[in-house]
Design a protein around this ligand. Structure first.
Ligand code: ACO
Length: 261
């Protein structure tokens, strides 16, 4: 996307990170020039936000300068230095932030988490499917020190799901009621003990829950209750609704947990 001003004078590197104060990295100048620069960054945010919304079929932009100012979100812009006769152009935008979410795994177990989220992602129409999305996404992963599976994705488009499948082998998203999507390794792995192994009740509970070292965000599964609270419970109807299962698609285990067959 081209602008009337010289993009290269505002954004000095091929990928820039914008924080809520809208001051571009490496800015040097006096207060008057700062106001002008911040208003240019605001214009880029608003125009890229609108283009992203249009590309996703949204009626309203989810990324605007006002919203960024009042958030703790991070924005990354991808810059093409050579475009627009050397004035530069902005070719991509990616927004992240941590959100407080309730997420359900496929078995209906729920977790309250604050994972890093992918909130908005857009590559200009003329540049899509050229690997630029991967460049921007990889930069974000490296800056934030996370793996894609650790993220919750807000309302992913089909294009984004294709992107995540192609580059990161992430498939079969676990769709949430809040329109976010996560993938199976987001959750800690649970495994059942071998049937012949004698175990005390507490050993049994411990062995059913094994932390997957790759599971996101140090998610801690809630251990099964003991005593009368450990009695079998009916299938979790919320889990069934979320994952579009009929009641006979699930079996009940003695711990009260529900496992898909
Ligand atoms: N149709 C289907 N899949 C697509 C398309 C498309 N038009 N464009 C990209 N993809 C997927 C495919 O898997 C593609 O691989 P392929 O060409 O071999 O089929 C892969 O992405 C290409 O990878 P990159 O070139 O690295 O990605 P790109 O630069 O195109 O950026 C992005 C991906 C950001 C999804 C871009 O296509 C885009 O801006 N789309 C429109 C806006 C959008 O849908 N954004 C995501 C909204 S959801 C959210 O932001 C949380």
């Amino acid at each position: 996307m081209e602008f009337s001003f010289n993009v290269n004078e505002v954004f000095k590197s091929p990928i820039v990170e914008i924080t809520p104060n809208l001051i571009p990295p490496g800015y040097t100048g006096d207060r008057r020039a700062l106001w002008d620069t911040v208003s240019k960054v605001g214009e880029v945010v608003n125009q890229m936000g609108s283009a992203s919304a249009a590309a996703q079929g949204l009626t309203k932009a989810i990324t605007t300068a006002d919203r960024i100012r009042n958030s703790e979100h991070k924005l990354y812009f991808l810059i093409d230095k050579n475009a627009n006769s050397g004035k530069g152009a902005v070719t991509g935008m990616l927004k992240t932030g941590n959100k407080s979410l309730y997420v359900f795994d496929r078995d209906g177990n729920h977790y309250q988490v604050q994972p890093p989220c992918l909130l908005d992602f857009y590559i200009h129409e003329t540049k899509q499917r050229n690997g630029l999305g991967k460049v921007l996404f990889e930069h974000m992963l490296q800056k934030e020190g996370i793996a894609p599976v650790q993220m919750a994705i807000d309302r992913p488009s089909e294009k984004l799901l294709g992107f995540l499948n192609k580059h990161y082998s992430l498939k079969d998203p676990v769709k949430q009621m809040n329109n976010y999507v996560v993938f199976d390794d987001f959750f800690p792995k649970r495994s059942l003990p071998a049937p012949h192994e004698p175990q005390t009740q507490s050993e049994g509970i411990r062995s059913k829950i094994q932390q997957n070292p790759n599971s996101a965000n140090g998610l801690q599964p809630v251990p099964s209750p003991m005593g009368r609270y450990g009695a079998p419970r009916p299938p979790c109807s919320m889990g069934q609704i979320i994952h579009n299962q009929s009641p006979n698609e699930q079996r009940q285990e003695t711990t009260g947990r529900i496992a898909s067959q």
